[in-house]
Design a protein around this ligand. Structure first.
Ligand code: G3P
Ligand code: MG
Length: 256
């Protein structure tokens, strides 16, 4: 993806989410301490148009609050506890803004920003995310991914230098993304679900000069099987496990 990004790349999925509450600064900082090569996070807009980092469309599962993210203001979101659902020791951890993540770790890692405007596919998320990348001079450290092709096309139009990666839904729902139809986007990388990865899929994507990064992989045997298929990276909740699985397999040069 970028010349100095190690391959196969270990992306810490929602941060080191096996060890800390997902999509929090604690999880991102820990991912770096655990030597992840990159972090993955889920970005969406608050009611007042701020880019916030949270996976679900509601705050119900990962905070002590309730409601849809896009119906709560940043101020309301910031009042919530996004740590206790994971462990009492993380009480007080907040939902971060994308800007806070960029400020905290942007200069120290690569960041896969998943554009998760899945129930508002034409909103301003790509525009706002691109503005933040530019403001923090992170064009060489950010990758945009999404299941929403419109978000990717919009982001690339605004900032052609930032690579885009198409996420493929698992199973039949993602078959278009894994096929020639997905190629029409001219993405830099395909991000398929782990059960859909075959040597043929990897070869066909590589043949077009693109990369394959696989989500979400948390078992050593599966990580190693993917390596034999020559995938370019994995998203994992457990960067420590991935390090162990990848020992001896690493190549820190990106020919692409
Ligand atoms: O980007 C890989 C992965 O995060 C996509 O699925 O639902 O965990 O955001 P999800
Ligand atoms: Mg994600």
């Amino acid at each position: 993806m970028y010349p100095s990004l190690p391959r196969p790349t270990i992306f810490a999925h929602r941060g080191a989410s096996a060890y800390a509450p997902e999509n929090t600064l604690a999880a991102f900082e820990l991912a770096l301490r655990q030597s992840a090569d990159a972090i993955e996070l889920d970005a969406k807009l608050s009611a007042d148009g701020q880019v916030v980092v949270i996976h679900d469309q509601t705050v119900d599962r990962t905070t002590n609050g309730q409601g849809k993210v896009n119906q709560l203001t940043l101020r309301q979101l910031k009042e919530l506890d996004a740590g206790s659902h994971f462990d009492a020791s993380f009480r007080g951890e907040q939902i971060p803004t994308l800007e806070e993540v960029f400020e905290a770790v942007g200069q120290r890692t690569w960041i896969n920003v998943e554009l998760t405007n899945y129930n508002a596919i034409f909103d301003d998320l790509p525009d706002e995310a691109v503005k933040l990348v530019r403001r923090h001079n992170l064009e060489k450290r950010v990758i945009f991914s999404s299941f929403n092709p419109r978000a990717l096309l919009r982001a690339r139009k605004l900032s052609p230098d930032i690579p885009i990666a198409l996420l493929a839904l698992p199973g039949p729902a993602g078959s278009w993304a894994r096929s020639w139809a997905g190629c029409l986007l001219a993405y830099r990388a395909l991000h398929p679900e782990v059960r859909d990865v075959t040597p043929e899929l990897v070869a066909s994507v590589h043949k077009r000069g693109c990369l394959v990064n696989v989500y979400t992989v948390n078992q050593v045997e599966v990580m190693q099987r993917l390596l034999t298929m020559q995938v370019d990276g994995i998203f994992t909740d457990d960067p420590v496990l991935a390090r162990q699985a990848f020992a001896g397999f690493r190549a820190d040069i990106d020919p692409g």
